[in-house]
Design a protein around this ligand. Sequence first.
Ligand SMILES: O=c1ccn([C@@H]2O[C@H](COP(=O)(O)OP(=O)(O)O[C@H]3O[C@H](CS(=O)(=O)O)[C@@H](O)[C@H](O)[C@H]3O)[C@@H](O)[C@H]2O)c(=O)[nH]1
Length: 482
Amino acid sequence: MAHLLSTSYSIKLSSGCKRYSKPLNQGLEAFPTSFTLQASKYPFRSLVSQGQKPLRNYTVRATTLPISKEAPLQPSSDTHQTSNEPSKPQRVMVIGGDGYCGWATALHLSKRGYEVAIVDSLIRRLFDHQLGVDSLTPISSIQNRLHRWKSLTGKSIELYIGDICDFEFLSETFQSFEPDTVVHFGEQRSAPYSMIDRSRAVFTQNNNVIGTLNVLFAIKEFREQCHLVKLGTMGEYGTPNIDIEEGYITITHNGRTDTLPYPKQASSFYHLSKVHDSNNIAFTCKAWGIRATDLNQGVVYGVRTDETEMHEELCNRFDYDGVFGTALNRFCVQAAVGHPLTVYGKGGQTRGYLDIRDTVQCVELAIANPAQPGELRVFNQFTEQFSVNELATLVTKAGEKLGINVQTISVPNPRVEEEEHYYNAKHTKLVELGLEPHLLSDSLQDSLLNFTIKYKDRVDTKQIMPSVSWRKIGVKPRTIRA
Ligand SMILES: O=c1ccn([C@@H]2O[C@H](COP(=O)(O)OP(=O)(O)O[C@H]3O[C@H](CS(=O)(=O)O)[C@@H](O)[C@H](O)[C@H]3O)[C@@H](O)[C@H]2O)c(=O)[nH]1
């Protein structure tokens, strides 16, 4: 990778356009002219359809450019602070704040009185273009989203567009915003994407592991007391034949006892990248005294949160394609358009699931109750366990109530995973901090299926079937349609 990363150069997008190295007190209109392009690790070249002129490996490079550097807001009445805490609102940097979980979280925290900055390279939108897929819901540009948020609530969210793998960008962002907490969603989060071909596997691990490493260095260098809230995954644990604990397990071996990190058995290059992150975070907590919370999140479903439903321009993305769509969201879209539910293999694969409204609650709870210096806490962030077959049954029943006849098919499993297994994962720590879960049976009825029906005319049924095989991944770059 080193040669790819070191061959950077700049291109002016329009005459006179410079890369800003300092934050500017300018509005959104200043943003589009502030790009620098850099040779990058992103695997564009492999994504160009055959016969088309190849694109070069470019990425929009860092510009440390908060779009709305305005007077800090007073904490609102619903700020999550106790009387012992400082009156100044906490400053929370949300890396990956334009994505599915990040966008909902950034708005939620802003509404709760935190001062929020979004840091995002916008590459998630680019993946859609590369794969020829689209969100079920139309989503506005990040700039329009933030304008709308400001006009509706009076609250500003700063925006820094850039790649956290570029340490210069990240440093400037840290020094400019001075976060008390960093919430790190800024990773390539699709297991199938990481299994398309070698270049996507390498991209995923480089992007995720180096990005997180840079965040750890930035905290050490510029904000030693800053609390890292890192999105991990339940998939780090795999599916062991014993109960899954929250991060650590106490083992007695040959008469001696110790509490050790719970064994990791990830089953995609994506899930493995999170394991590597966990090791780097654990080491830096010990060595440098970093304070961190690893949120081992399960599969998220749903789309609406109190904040994103305030206006159509705040609407969140909703993925249903075979690469980025996750099980329950996909099944609801499939039911809405009369496509059989795509159960992979025997359908006994069991995972932890949670509503996106609980994702935002969990992150806020982690921020409001920070880890101690040197501590790495691990919370298993999900509310209920389901097998894929159980999800299919729930969606079928929900469909019946709406007069929809839902069919299910067994699709040859494109993944390598246990299809019938024991699964019992602990998830008490966030409940102890105050999490009040939204359970699936209620939310599915009242919102999710109806929501997908509302947008069903936007569904491209060609995106539904899986096209990425864990066994067939090779070194040849693949141009796929999800
Ligand atoms: O149409 C489908 C889609 C998925 N599955 C099965 O459903 C299970 C979950 O797959 P998924 O695509 O919903 O979720 P996954 O790939 O595990 O990844 C998602 O959920 C992870 C949490 S966890 O699953 O590791 O707990 C997060 O880390 C990831 O970012 C997020 O994309 C798998 O056994 C998969 O084979 C089907 O049977 N049919």
